[in-house]
Design a protein. Structure first.
Length: 130
């Protein structure tokens, strides 16, 4: 959920729900994680191309990137949705514990988004030329 908070100088500040700023250690960990993911993806692409002996065409790379984006964005959306839903379930369960069981169907619907994206990504990868 995105919230806009008013500040004293009438500018709107974007807050993505957490309200917590990253300290230098968290920024360093995030930077190393992103760099290692990028290097892993690039090295696996180079290795796969060398293993095949030839490039499979320009469309193969676009299909693979599309499959990765599909599962990545859906996973991000499902993760954010689960975070919001489970915090709401915890707050509601603290007041009335008998309603916690009703919320599990909503969590299943949120997880279904990521599962559908995984299926679409698998279908897209099977369309890659051999």
């Amino acid at each position: 959920m995105v919230f806009f908070h008013k500040q004293s100088n009438h500018k709107k500040k974007l807050n993505l729900g957490g309200g917590r700023k990253l300290n230098s250690k968290s920024k360093l960990i995030l930077a190393f994680t992103l760099i290692s993911i990028l290097l892993g993806v690039c090295s696996s692409l180079v290795y796969a191309e060398a293993e095949a002996g030839q490039a499979t065409g320009p469309q193969a790379g676009l299909i693979a990137i599309g499959a990765g984006i599909a599962i990545g964005i859906a996973g991000l959306g499902a993760g954010l949705g689960l975070g919001v839903a489970t915090s709401a379930i915890a707050a509601a369960g603290a007041e009335r514990p008998e309603i916690i069981g009703r919320f599990f169907i909503y969590i299943v619907f949120i997880e279904a988004i990521a599962i559908y994206a995984l299926i679409v990504a698998i279908f897209a990868i099977t369309m890659l030329p051999a």
